[in-house]
Design a protein around this ligand. Structure first.
Ligand code: DC
Length: 222
């Protein structure tokens, strides 16, 4: 039986780390949809489009060809043929992605690509609207979350480990602001699907979260 696992939740809940580990253990493909919205955001930044200018975003997104390839089992995102994996993880791109992902034309384009990917293989896909919109018939739906304090601490530790100066209070304020933007937008806001299982990782290790989700998948007999 082919299957799809949808993982939705706010920034910093551990979605991508956890989904990657599950993909490795279950032998399926991991699709990071946030990376696609980030590639689109990079295109907007490069073209000096204002995050507030919905018409310009709608117009410009037609020129962005976003594709995915797998190299050594890792997802690589291409923007008009250029590998942009190394350019999309900045705060600037994240902020623009949160704004440009509100746009209906951006979403229509990327949702189409995501659905195509799900047709061709067993997948685990993470994002904000996978269980509610992209794959409403997903075999398993997980809503992965953690308190904003825990998510800010994880981000703070990550940046500090890289030697990047940062401030905990600013990081938490940004997270709360990003959550608000993602949860209150008109189209496909971030929310738990009615049939999704809630997994709160605030007091869990990564391994415990992976184990919890794999157990849920096994209960569905795959
Ligand atoms: O998961 P991330 O931080 O890489 O996502 C970047 C932004 O993209 C996030 O603010 C919300 C948006 N996004 C979305 O609207 N829908 C998705 N399926 C994935 C991400």
């Amino acid at each position: 039986m082919s299957y799809s696992i949808a993982i939705d939740g706010p920034a910093g809940a551990g979605k991508s780390t956890i989904a990657k580990m599950i993909a490795r253990q279950m032998g399926c493909i991991y699709v990071d949809t946030g990376a696609m919205y980030r590639a689109m955001a990079l295109f907007m930044i490069r073209n000096k489009i204002s995050p507030q200018d919905g018409n310009a975003i709608s117009e410009k997104c037609r020129e962005a060809d976003i594709t995915i390839r797998y190299e050594n089992k890792e997802q690589v995102v291409f923007l008009n043929g250029e590998n942009v994996n190394g350019l999309i993880r900045t705060e600037e791109v994240g902020k623009m992605a949160s704004s440009s992902s509100k746009n209906a034309d951006v979403r229509a384009k990327l949702v189409e690509l995501q659905r195509k990917l799900a047709e061709s293989s067993d997948i685990i896909m993470d994002g904000r609207d996978i269980g509610t919109c992209v794959l409403p018939d997903a075999t398993v739906k997980i809503y992965l979350t953690a308190s904003s304090g825990v998510r800010a601490k994880r981000r703070y530790d990550e940046l500090t480990a890289k030697g990047e100066p940062c401030d905990y209070a600013t990081i938490e304020a940004d997270i709360i602001q990003r959550d608000h933007q993602d949860m209150t937008r008109e189209i496909s806001p971030l929310k738990q699907a009615d049939d999704a299982v809630l997994v709160d990782t605030s007091d869990m290790t990564i391994e415990e979260a992976v184990e919890t989700i794999i157990t849920i998948c096994r209960q569905k007999c795959f």
